[in-house]
Design a protein around this ligand. Structure first.
Ligand SMILES: Cc1cc2nc3c(=O)[nH]c(=O)nc-3n(C[C@H](O)[C@H](O)[C@H](O)COP(=O)(O)OP(=O)(O)OC[C@H]3O[C@@H](n4cnc5c(N)ncnc54)[C@H](O)[C@@H]3O)c2cc1C
Length: 461
């Protein structure tokens, strides 16, 4: 049995940050990670030619100060997303090439509907108290409504409706009918509003770390050294008056406190003894993750750039719903990232892999020409089939959940503390939110330890 000050469960950015900050504060830590790799919903893969792809979370943006701080700490630089060209939108079968956020050459009616809805949502976001969205003046009303209801009643143009549902519900990798309006407003507000969430330049897709997310979690892991234990799925956590006993498949850890940093959607896969308070248990049962496929289509060169395109495109309903240039900082090879979310990801996820690939490449060829049909390589990552993620990008709240159970998101349950991007009031759902949650949980553990020891940590309770 390993005996430490704190046991951290989960080696994504939340768990790694929590463990790192505790170790830096002089505590002994054991981090138990279920998979045989770290990174969780981020996953950087180095390829035979030395280039790399991010199969999960990849982009960073302004205001994401805590991931930026980690990058500074470990000397990781960043590079800007490629935006030197036109983006493309396919609406009702017609292609529009444009600069900026909205193709104004599209019907002015559609563009006006889009602009007005984004402005309205931005105003609503400003009324959300980030630390306690359930206390917003309209919280009860908005938590009874779905995003789909809001779109149905506020967006008249069918094309604008489809685009907004694709862009906004897409972030929750679900249909608009599955997500609470209050949750949507909170999550968008936590990033600064719709312009940040949906934006490229100065938005959530502004830049990328050089070397991918692995360039950050790699050195974090190196500093943690033998505190990290891979291939240890945690099955149960027992609490008593003096500490916690954490059982994984391969060993047992005894610690004074535990930090659980697994996605909310699968937090109930761990058995807690005694049972958690009802509100926390019910939260675990009520915050699912949606479906997302991230496909990296690799070409010898980013040919779309010489055609005057950024590689960014969107087509509601298409198997290649969203595309974005995902080349490394060297620009070679050409990597086009295809994102498929929600109901469409569920549909194509059921297909035979060869049929799925054909559907995606056909859709790319329609947008980028025949060269798109013959990539040098094709790497798909279906997050719905990842046992230890339970889907992606984040666990979301359906109607009625935040107002009743939201208070339990960060409340520790005895000696168990909670981390994970879903528990962050700022940048909830992003890697930055995961880092913030890890730092918060580590600070809680340090505070409780100090209190228990009467201010002198050397006298351990
Ligand atoms: C396709 C995709 C694209 C995304 N794009 C972006 C982006 O561009 N920018 C951005 O900021 N964010 C993005 N995100 C979201 C981002 O990846 C997540 O917010 C972040 O990685 C979550 O970190 P976390 O530590 O909270 O959880 P996770 O990364 O999920 O870490 C949880 C860890 O717990 C482990 N675990 C689970 N169960 C157990 C158990 N029983 N015992 C032990 N370990 C367990 C898991 O294996 C995992 O390593 C994206 C996500 C996806 C899926």
């Amino acid at each position: 049995m390993t005996d430490v000050d704190c046991c951290v469960i989960g080696g994504g950015f939340a768990g790694l940050t929590a463990a790192l900050r505790l170790k830096q504060a002089g505590r002994t830590v054991a981090l138990l990670e279920a998979r045989d790799r770290l990174g969780g919903r981020t996953f950087t893969e180095t390829r035979a030619d030395g280039s790399w792809i991010d199969r999960g979370g990849a982009w960073i943006g302004p205001g994401q100060d805590r991931i930026q701080a980690l990058m500074t700490e470990f000397g990781v630089g960043s590079y800007k997303q490629y935006v030197d060209g036109e983006a493309m939108m396919v609406v009702e079968g017609k292609q529009y090439r444009y600069h900026g956020t909205i193709p104004w050459s599209m019907s002015p009616w559609v563009a006006m509907n889009l602009g007005a809805a984004l402005l309205d949502l931005g105003h609503l976001c400003k009324t959300i108290p980030l630390a306690a969205p359930w206390t917003a003046e309209q919280a009860d009303r908005w938590d009874r409504l779905t995003l789909a209801h809001w779109l149905n009643t506020h967006v008249v143009s069918k094309a604008a409706h489809e685009l907004l549902e694709t862009a906004i519900a897409g972030a929750y990798t679900s249909a608009g009918s599955e997500v609470s309006l209050l949750f949507v407003l909170h999550q968008m507000a936590s990033g600064g509003g719709p312009a940040f969430v949906l934006g490229i330049e100065d938005g959530a897709q502004d830049s990328r770390p050089i070397g991918g997310m692995g360039a950050i979690y790699g050195p974090m892991a190196a500093e943690l050294g033998d505190s990290i234990h891979l291939s240890r799925p945690v099955r149960d956590i027992h609490q008593d008056d003096d500490g916690v006993t954490v059982h994984s498949d391969r060993d047992t850890v005894r610690a004074r406190r535990a930090i659980v940093a697994v996605p909310l959607a699968i937090a109930s896969h761990i058995h807690y003894h005694p049972m958690l308070p009802v509100d926390r248990s019910f939260l675990h049962q009520r915050m699912p993750s949606g479906a997302i496929l991230k496909t990296s289509v690799i070409y010898d060169e980013p040919f779309w750039r010489s055609d005057g395109l950024t590689g960014q495109s969107v087509e509601p309903g298409s198997p290649a719903t969203v595309t974005i240039d995902a080349c490394t900082d060297t620009g070679s090879p050409g990597v086009l990232c295809v994102i498929t979310e929600g109901p469409i990801a569920r549909r194509i996820g059921r297909l035979d892999p060869a049929d799925r690939r054909n559907e995606i490449l056909d859709a790319l060829a329609e947008r980028f020409g025949d060269r798109a049909r013959t990539p040098a390589d094709y790497v798909e990552q279906d997050w719905s089939t990842e046992r230890y993620s339970g889907g992606g990008m984040l666990s979301h709240a359906p109607p009625g959940v935040l107002t009743e159970f939201g208070h339990a998101l960060r409340e520790h349950c005895g000696r168990i503390h909670w981390a994970g991007t879903e528990s962050s009031s700022v940048m909830c759902g992003w890697v930055d939110g995961a880092v913030r949650s890890g730092e918060r949980a580590a600070a809680e553990v340090l505070e409780h330890d100090t209190v228990a020891a009467g201010g002198d940590r050397s006298v351990r309770s």
